[in-house]
Design a protein around this ligand. Structure first.
Ligand SMILES: Cc1cc2nc3c(=O)[nH]c(=O)nc-3n(C[C@H](O)[C@H](O)[C@H](O)COP(=O)(O)OP(=O)(O)OC[C@H]3O[C@@H](n4cnc5c(N)ncnc54)[C@H](O)[C@@H]3O)c2cc1C
Length: 505
């Protein structure tokens, strides 16, 4: 590993997640000297990326597009894949984000998605089919139907992705400075970026560079920024991933005239185990998620349903389901399953301990024993289940598509996957809200350059990943976060290296 040249690098990259390391690798491939700054220790490195399920949403025309990516790592004869086109991906973003997502950024994300996954595969990141998240394995079925747009994940999930990217960074002789927190962006009198002030083992100092790429995540791990932008109820929520994404470089960018963009009061938040730790645990990574709720009814401490659990497929509702739970008393809900749906639960449920009983009254009693101190209403709970069961309409249950098997006459209705809860033993999983990442951030253009308030690039400043705004509003299609980081990471690294080359000559 070369000594870090403190007089200056062509490109300094802030952060060491997927967005940052794809940027670093792209810049290095263009011949730039690159330095990566990581706020965390070496042991805790890798940001939210390391906690992920490694799911990347991308376009493909069919299995033939996926085979070159997974190579020998997986067996295509064991899966069913439907095409996921450019129009499908764009339509998903538009419908899920209420038509508010930036159209230019969305098109680049979609148009570069497949190509970027192939680029990562060519670099040496290994891939496999995603059978885990949003895919349902039916007993006795020969093939698993992969979720639309979510057919691929990195081998070893986020831990594997992070390890592969660090291996590639090391092979490319890109130095990483650990325990080094970027604090402030340094500019020359004309406004161009010339370096970054950092706080690290050597104290506070300035690292010079010809181009700076920011990829230091959202502000979800900062209680004060959550309170200020998301609202007071978000102050105490659990954080699903890293505790290091506290938004200081978003603020630093605004301080030099960068434009804020996107939904600052919005975030990705999911149902997680009610006993999950305050911050992500690297032994559990994303395994505290509780995403099989479309096959359940969810009730709150008052024993009431509060949301259409079956509005859409999991990957299109889970990111906003956390907010629904936050609005319930004590931010707690219970997912109720019977033996018809328990075999469909994601494997991640095995990390939790459900309340189990042979009858519904016994389940209500056990929930009351455990949650009575929080005011659990067991009589109301039993009425809710009875009313729900009576409202379930006939139809064919199909966990792999919106099956239209619904209730009639409830408020709220359950519009898909409505089965009566009637086959014992019954299980109840207690869940709360876990924040994943924030939607508001800084504005970039199609070359990942940071824009000022007149939509002009700030010379020498690029950004990618969770810290950029304008991509997601209210909700998010699963797997689009890693894809966004890699598409714009690659663009940021490439353009930063080109700018550095110009500045050198
Ligand atoms: C449990 C969990 C599961 C998820 N699963 C998926 C999934 O399967 N698919 C998907 O698309 N998305 C998933 N996500 C969303 C995911 O967070 C993002 O898609 C993606 O990992 C974000 O990448 P990033 O590089 O922008 O940020 P991160 O990976 O969080 O990287 C940010 C980096 O910046 C560093 N940093 C922060 N501040 C500073 C500073 N001031 N100076 C220096 N370094 C700093 C951090 O230490 C970290 O290394 C998941 C998130 C979580 C928490």
């Amino acid at each position: 590993m070369p000594e870090v040249e403190l007089k200056g690098s062509d490109v300094v990259v802030v952060g060491a997640g997927n967005a940052a390391l794809t940027a670093a690798l792209a810049a290095r491939a263009e011949g730039a000297s690159v330095l990566v700054l990581e706020k965390a220790t070496r042991e805790l490195r890798g940001g939210n990326t390391r906690f992920t399920g490694g799911l990347f949403r991308c376009t493909y025309n069919g299995i033939e597009d996926l085979i070159p990516i997974v190579g020998d790592n997986d067996d295509p004869s064991t899966v069913l894949v439907e095409p996921y086109t450019r129009d499908d991906f764009l339509h998903d973003i538009a419908r899920i984000c209420g038509g508010q997502a930036d159209p230019t950024l969305s098109e680049i994300l979609v148009d570069r998605s497949y190509d970027t996954v192939r680029w990562m595969a060519d670099l040496g990141v290994p891939w496999e089919f995603n059978r885990a998240v949003g895919a349902v394995t039916l007993a006795g079925a020969e093939k698993v139907k992969l979720p639309l747009g979510g057919a691929l994940r990195t081998q070893g999930e986020g831990v594997g992705l992070s390890a592969s990217l660090f291996r590639l960074v090391e092979a490319a002789e890109i130095p990483v400075l650990y325990e080094t927190q970027a604090l402030r962006i340094v500019t020359a009198s004309q406004g161009q970026v010339t370096g970054v002030e950092v706080r690290g083992p050597e104290g506070i100092r300035v690292l010079n560079c010809r181009a700076l790429v920011l990829a230091s995540g959202g502000f979800q791990a900062s209680p004060e920024m959550r309170t200020a932008y998301l609202g007071p109820h978000w102050s105490l929520v659990r954080v699903r991933g890293t505790r290091f994404n506290t938004g200081e470089m978003i603020r630093a960018t605004l301080a030099i005239g960068g434009q804020s963009y996107g939904e600052w009061s919005g975030c990705h938040a999911t149902p997680i185990d009610a006993d999950a730790p305050a911050y992500g645990d690297l032994r559990l990574t994303d395994k505290t998620n509780r995403l099989s709720y479309p096959f359940s009814i969810m009730v709150n401490l008052d024993g009431e349903r509060f949301v259409d659990e079956g509005e859409d497929l999991t990957l299109y509702t889970y990111a906003r389901m956390g907010r629904e739970i936050l609005q319930q008393r004590q931010a707690i809900a219970f997912q109720i399953f019977d033996q018809q749906t328990i075999p469909l639960l994601e494997a991640r449920y095995s990390t939790g301990t459900p309340v189990v009983a042979d009858t519904l009254p016994a389940l209500a009693d056990r929930l009351a024993e455990r949650y009575g101190h929080l005011g659990f209403q067991k009589e109301r709970f039993l009425e809710t289940v009875e009313t729900y069961n009576a409202a379930v309409q006939p139809g064919v249950f199909d966990p792999n598509r919106r099956d239209g098997k619904r209730t009639v006459g409830l408020q709220p209705e359950k519009t898909n996957w409505a089965l009566r809860i009637e086959v014992p033993p019954f299980q109840a999983y207690a869940v709360t809200v876990g924040i994943t990442f924030t939607f508001g951030g800084i504005r970039i253009n199609g070359e990942a350059e940071v824009l000022d308030h007149l939509d002009r690039p700030i010379p020498g400043l690029f950004a990618t990943g969770e810290m950029t705004g304008g991509f997601f509003y209210q909700n998010y299609p699963g797997g689009a976060g890693l894809m966004r980081g890699a598409v714009f990471g690659r663009l940021a690294g490439t353009h930063a290296a080109c700018l550095a080359r110009e500045r050198r000559s």
